[in-house]
Design a protein around this ligand. Structure first.
Ligand code: NAP
Length: 280
């Protein structure tokens, strides 16, 4: 059994869940983040060795996205350092339909380490812990690509798959594609949340340009605005990326969480009952 496990992004959407499951299973978990001990910073390769030292395996969630310039170099340096530090295996969280992310997958596959790639569709938790939360709280989500149907995946499912990949060598060398069980539009997602919370949430289609301008005007950093543009234009717009995969069921022996199930369990946490942000 692998007992010393580094979870990069260990306080983020997937990493927090993975760390929690592993700790409950009795593994020794080290959280890799800028606030970790030792501190780990993707932008400072000098921090990599200390974070990896003494670990048997590592979960890699890159921040903010493997598509950004500099990600490939960071993954290359991280895997080389992991090999030097004697790690046996890494599990890489990747993005479905991103060719830059696939280049990072290749680096991991050729690193000399055992590996599993978990290639994920857009997360349900973007509506509850991330980029769309404020708009959901404000009761008005305006997005481009209203017709796109996306197999949103649940971060709890991703975490369970990643944990299995970390501790079970039968998944070595595999790319596991994780999606939800059905494809839905942004509007259907919002209406599912509205129903679960008994609130009115409006959806409005806007152009990609207007969306990105709005983000800039709201003070979102340039590089994050670029990333959002890329994710809509390249990842969401490509219908080939939006196929439902049954890998979660194959790995976990149960069906993937549906968006309705996500909305019901998340509504019960009260996260969508917070007061509306003043900025919107
Ligand atoms: N959201 C989606 O729909 C989606 C879909 C497919 C793939 N993905 C992939 O998922 C990955 C992100 O995973 P996630 O959503 O679980 O994480 P997340 O919530 O975005 O991650 C935040 C974590 O990253 C850490 N972090 C932030 N900046 C850092 C830095 N410079 N150095 C080191 N750590 C840093 C944070 O800790 P500190 O602040 O303490 O440093 C925190 O632990 C990305 O690679 C993305 O491409 C996302």
């Amino acid at each position: 059994m692998k007992s010393n496990i580094l979870v990069l992004g260990g306080t983020g959407k997937t990493g927090r869940r993975i760390a929690h499951i592993l700790q409950n299973q009795g593994h020794n978990v080290r959280i890799g983040s800028r606030n970790g001990n030792p501190a780990f910073n993707w932008n400072d390769p000098k921090t990599y060795a200390d974070a990896l030292k003494g670990m048997d395996c590592a979960y890699i969630s890159y921040h903010p996205d493997l598509a950004i310039p500099g990600a490939k170099e960071a993954i290359q340096t991280l895997t080389e350092t992991a090999l030097k530090q004697g790690l046996e295996k890494v599990v890489l969280l990747s993005g479905k339909g991103e060719k830059e992310a696939e280049a990072c997958e290749e680096i991991v596959a050729n690193s000399g380490l055992n590996y599993t790639v978990v290639r994920a569709s857009w997360f349900n938790q973007n509506f509850s812990e991330s980029v769309f939360l404020d708009a959901v709280l404000a009761g008005h989500l305006a997005l481009p690509m209203a017709a796109a149907k996306i197999p949103f995946v649940d971060a709890d499912d991703i975490a369970e798959v990643a944990v299995k990949a970390l501790i079970d060598d039968s998944l070595n060398g595999q790319i596991i594609t994780v999606t939800g069980p059905e494809k839905i539009t942004f509007e259907e997602a919002v209406q599912t949340i509205a129903k679960a919370t008994n609130r009115t949430i409006n959806f409005q289609e806007i152009s990609l340009n207007d969306y990105l301008e709005g983000m800039k005007n709201a003070g979102v950093p340039e590089d994050f605005v670029w990333l959002l543009g890329y994710l809509f234009e390249v990842v969401i717009a490509n219908t080939d990326n939006q196929m439902v995969s049954h890998d979660i069921e194959k790995v976990l022996g149960r069906k993937a969480t549906s968006f309705t199930e996500f909305a019901t369990k998340t509504a019960a946490t009260g996260i969508w009952n917070q007061s509306i942000p003043q900025t919107l």
